[in-house]
Design a protein around this ligand. Structure first.
Ligand SMILES: *Cc1c(COP(=O)(O)O)cnc(C)c1O
Length: 418
């Protein structure tokens, strides 16, 4: 179990014997415990393993020597291997070296970090931006900085794991509201006497692919004096009309207090950002442990990301091709009697049990389609699913083949049309 006392102390204080050598007896029971847990996972069909990819994360991918069409990537616009992005990466690696060498506050704050933050703030229409090394770190940091003991966090039940972990690590109270259920959220807000209320949600939900009801969230946050935190990891570079994320999509720019997202998905690089009013950014620079005690983003990654934003703004055809593929896939699924609900390039295709989910995924693999099965605990029990994500770089033929392959594999597995 999680030890509260350990979590409360900011430092890792030594206590007697903690780092001492364990006896041989303890070691053997430790390894037995691990083996038992691993074999239980295997029995449940829940054992995870790593597959090796040779080469780039493109529409076609080489896995263990096999060429497959890739429908499991978050590289929505194909920017991770775009020649201009790769060229920018090389240029900035030559200029600044590979590693940043220190945290931002100690000497790792390079021109390119500041340029990226300025460009991102402009891109998002916010006053200021702050770059983090990853989305995971950003979410942990945000919820820790704002989640003081006087606060309550209101979190959507389908939020990303990094938000869930951020809630667990914050000192605030945490209340989980039913997915996108604004009546439930309002009831909880109304009943809360917390001095600070924080509403946190994915902008586009990473598994289901649905869009958070931002207009309602903004109305509620105003009515109840809450702060609104939106994780746009799957919205930035994805949502129309300009790929600038949830607020822009709904015409609500400036209404999100902490507009957070990652560079690792549609922008094709790595790292994360928060966009907010300047005093909030200043506060984070002073208070946020995952920013302060973490080495700065590698400068070449920052340079490549800057290029990605430039391409996103300058080449609208990237985004329009992604959405054309979205429409083709939806149409092809519906034509086969498989209704899909998503309004984004992420599609959740329900399968069923863990076993069925993995069987369908394996069948697709055999057909040359790389489409991941998603099992609990990422999704609820008995709701195993395929997660299909489309890319701008998929051809029409690839998208049609995916829909056909999924329908066939589901039929073979006895999953009825719906
Ligand atoms: C991927 C993802 C993250 C984590 O971002 P990393 O940069 O990969 O650490 C956070 N939130 C959401 C919604 C994500 O999809």
């Amino acid at each position: 179990m999680f030890d509260e006392r350990e979590a409360d102390s900011g430092r890792n204080e030594p206590s007697s014997g903690q780092h001492g050598h364990s006896s041989h007896e303890q070691e053997s029971s430790f390894s037995e415990d691990i083996e038992r847990e691993l074999s239980a996972l295997k029995k449940q069909g829940r054992h995870r393993f790593l597959r090796r990819v040779s080469g780039a994360q493109d529409a076609e991918i080489v896995i263990e020597g096999r060429k497959l069409f890739n429908f499991s990537s978050n590289n929505y616009l194909g920017l991770s291997s775009h020649p201009e992005v790769v060229e920018a990466f090389q240029k900035y690696a030559c200029l600044y070296g590979v590693g940043a060498g220190a945290s931002r506050l100690i000497g790792g704050n390079m021109d390119i970090h500041a340029e990226l933050e300025d460009a991102f703030a402009r891109f998002k229409g916010s006053e200021a931006a702050l770059v983090f090394s990853s989305g995971y770190l950003a979410n942990i940091g945000i919820l820790n900085v704002l989640g003081s003991p006087a606060a309550t966090i209101f979190s959507d039940e389908l939020n990303h794991a990094s938000i869930i972990d951020g809630c667990r690590m914050a000192q605030a109270g945490v209340t989980v509201y039913r997915h996108a259920d604004m009546n439930h959220l309002e009831g909880l807000l109304k009943a809360s006497s917390a001095r600070r209320k924080l509403i946190v949600t994915d902008g586009v939900f990473s598994m289901k692919g649905d869009i958070a009801p931002l207009p309602e969230l903004v109305a509620l946050k105003k009515l109840y004096g809450a702060l609104l935190i939106v994780d746009d990891a799957h919205a930035t570079g994805v949502l129309p009309p300009r790929g600038r994320g949830s607020a822009d999509y709904f015409g609500l720019s400036g209404e999100i207090d902490i507009d957070m997202g990652t560079f690792s998905k549609a922008l094709g690089t790595y790292g994360a950002y928060i966009c907010a009013a300047r005093p909030i950014i200043d506060y984070f620079i002073n208070k946020c442990r995952t920013f302060i005690y973490n080495t700065a983003l590698p400068p070449a990654v920052a340079g490549a990301t800057l290029k990605s934003i430039e391409l996103l703004s300058g080449r609208p055809e990237l985004l329009s091709r992604l959405w054309t593929n979205q429409e083709i896939f939806r149409r092809e699924m519906e034509r086969r009697g498989r209704r899909v609900h998503s309004k984004t390039p992420i599609f959740q295709v329900p399968v069923g049990s863990d076993r069925q989910t993995m069987d369908v995924s394996r069948k697709l693999y055999a057909k040359g389609l790389f489409i991941h099965g998603i099992r609990p605990p990422t999704v609820p029990e008995g709701e195993g699913q395929l997660r299909v994500s489309l890319m701008a770089t998929h051809t029409t033929a690839m998208v049609v083949k995916a829909a056909g392959g999924i329908d066939e594999a589901l039929q073979e597995e006895g999953v009825e049309r719906y």
